[in-house]
Design a protein around this ligand. Sequence first.
Ligand code: DSN
Length: 428
Amino acid sequence: MFTKLKDEKLFAVIAREEQRQEQEINLIASENYASQVVRTATASVMTNKYAEGYPGKRYYSGCTFVDGAENLAIERCKKLFNAEHANVQAHSGSQANMAVYFSVLQPGDTIMGMDLSAGGHLTHGYPINFSGKLFNSVSYAVNPETEQLDFDEIQKLAEQHKPKMIIAGASAYSRIIDFQRFAEIAQNVGALFLADMAHIAGLVAVGLHPNPTPYADFVTSTTHKTLRGPRGGIVLSKEKFAQQLDKAIMPGMQGGPLMHVIAAKAVGFYEALQPEFKTYQQQVIKNAQAMAQAFTDLGYRIVTGGTDNHQFTIDVRSKKITGRTAEVALASAGITLNRNCIPFDPEKPWITSGVRIGTPAITTRGMKEKQAKEIAHLAHEVMINHADETKLKLVKEQVKQLCKLYPIEQNEFVLPFTSDFNQRQDSL
Ligand code: DSN
């Protein structure tokens, strides 16, 4: 049997990755640690099944149980976000966005999303992404003074360009997004409204960020960021778009759905429906605010001046370095994050003047404000001593020690498969 084969090389690589995750502080705002239960579902026999179609209407036989998994994922997802319709088959956030465009737009239509350099996403109309190539893309930025969304400007652009669709949502934006205002602007110019909540979905799920679902025609998300499920995408829509949307995904864009990932999405949504998930998200925000304050106290400028959510971007120019230098030095000291443009960045995207910082992953490890501040101080040590190998080694040791105190496997939210587990929620 193939299962008896020991692929030592590959599993050695996985073991090294596991060790890296254990020993490094992860500040990448879009990453998290999925629970063992989510990972168990991802590694389950559901990976063996072809199930093109939707529950009850498949192009293959033998789908009884994968239907069960997909129905659970759909129902839990709808409940979590109070949605009329949910499609849980999108393989990723990008494909979720593509599915929305393909369900209601024609090539050449005008779309209007946030500029990538202001904090937006590639699939919101970036010129070299499919969204910018297939559609006529107009971008809105942020206010140069406040670095926040400028709704007067967005309204003006919308009136000028009359887009067929307006897209709200960001990859690097630390403030509350007023989805209601976006919906009003869209309505004023006769545009459809898509809210991409990939970064903030976990906060939305527990009411710590306004839910776009009541206002938007479509809502897309990934499932692995603050939501802490498996890697993948979802699309929510108003009932009137349900058929078009489902058709755009299958047969329009995708063939067989990833049933193991859909099963794991069901688990992720189940976890997010538990009361502990709100406590976790509250701590994510507290940690981000504590860390942002610590960086401010150390003389860094925070883009927009602070954060309302799980992330923020710091301008590192006051320490006479670039985002890229900071990212590389921090990585060598065991602190993982990504360089990021600040709004109207004078540096190119490969270099940048900032780094983006997020707290979902450290919070999953159980870290609180005290550790968040400690991490800011460690990162500061690295940035001001980025060329000093001895100092970097010293910080790396301190990082390891801190990580040892907060092992990933001690994730308090790992729910064991017990009868108690089954009784924790209603039949979902
Ligand atoms: N790559 C993701 C992020 O880091 O925000 C967005 O898709």
